[in-house]
Ligand binder design. Sequence first.
Ligand code: IMP
Ligand code: MG
Length: 177
Amino acid sequence: MDKPRLNRLMTSEEIASIVEKLADQISRDYTGKELVLVCILKGAFMFLSDLIRRLRIPVKVDFVRLASYGAGMKSSGLVEITKDIETPVEGKDVLIVEDIVDSGRTLQFLKERLALSNPHSIKICALLDKKARREVEIEADYLGKEIEDVFIVGYGIDFNEGYRHLPEIYYVTPDAQ
Ligand code: IMP
Ligand code: MG
């Protein structure tokens, strides 16, 4: 895929309305709780930054960097942690913020790892979900939108580290030439 073609999947308006809906649900469910958002770098950084500005409750934010994809479009199936959170989460309510659930292996790994720190609860908020590609049993507690099995870029999400800056979401197809 030397010259990929970008096809728009979601506009800024659609993304904004999904983010607002999720922020409403989270604000309601976590009122009076000690919420720590754990954002998975790099793909979820833009989603997180929009989401936190819509929340009406105090939160703490931390970041984890997990690598499951090598360069390209196929997951290796192996997840490794390259940057850990620094916030103590024992007894806290943790909400993982992720861009896309695909095989589910990244979230399964992170959930199990965070559980070792004995938080009060661990839930998942994902912008997009490719349910058809799931390999392990994991579901987002807060989900923006289910999508088809297509490769996505934009709004923080990359293809070989490119396209993260795009404000809208596109699916990639090979250029017909
Ligand atoms: P999983 O572990 O297979 O669920 O993979 C999830 C991770 O793969 C996400 O955090 C993304 O970084 C990446 N990913 C999955 N689908 C796409 C895509 O369509 N475009 C870019 N990255 C993706
Ligand atoms: Mg990611």
